[in-house]
Design a protein around this ligand. Sequence first.
Ligand code: FES
Ligand code: FES
Length: 176
Amino acid sequence: MDNSSAAEPACVEAGAITEIAFTLNGAAARAQIAPRQHMVDVLRQVFGLTGTHLGCEHGVCGACHILVDGHVVRGCLMLAIQANGAEVVTIEGLNASGAIADLQEAFVRRNALQCGFCTPGMLMTAHALLQRDCAPQRAHIRETISGNICRCTGYHAIVDAIEATARERREARDAK
Ligand code: FES
Ligand code: FES
C-alpha cells in the first residue's frame, strides 16, 4: 500500500519559532511559539488566560487542566505545538458559556473551595465527569478527582458539590 500521501508530522528545529492555529474558547486563535513551550504557558503568557493554573508543573496536581477536543488534558504536559488544529477550552471559556454555572454555584454553596487555587482544574474535571455520567456515585467522583490535588478542603465538600450538581440536573431534567 502506498502511504506516500499520508500526512507526516512537520519537523521543527529545536528553538525555532513556529505558528500554531487552533480554536480557543470558540474563536480562531494563532500563536508564535517555540517547540519546547508548554500549552499552559502559552495560554497564560500569550493569551492572558491565567485561570489555568500552574502548580507542580509535572503532571501531578491537575491545576492546569484544560479541554482539548473534549478531553481533559494537563496543560503542563502538553506541548503547545500539539494544539495545532485542535479545539481548546479553558476555564474562562467554560465560565463564559454558562455550562458550569450550576456547578460553580454548588462549589460556593457547599464550601468546596477555600484558597481557590485548585478550583479551575477541579471544575474542569467535574464538568467532564458530569458530561459522561449524570448520576456518579461518590466513590466514582472521588476516583475521578484523584488527579486533582486540593490542599485546603479535604475533598468532602468538593464531592458534595459535584454530587449535588448531578442530582439537581437530573431533577431539572425530570421536571420538564
Ligand atoms: Fe500540571 Fe500540576 S501544573 S499537573
Ligand atoms: Fe485551596 Fe483547593 S481550595 S487548593
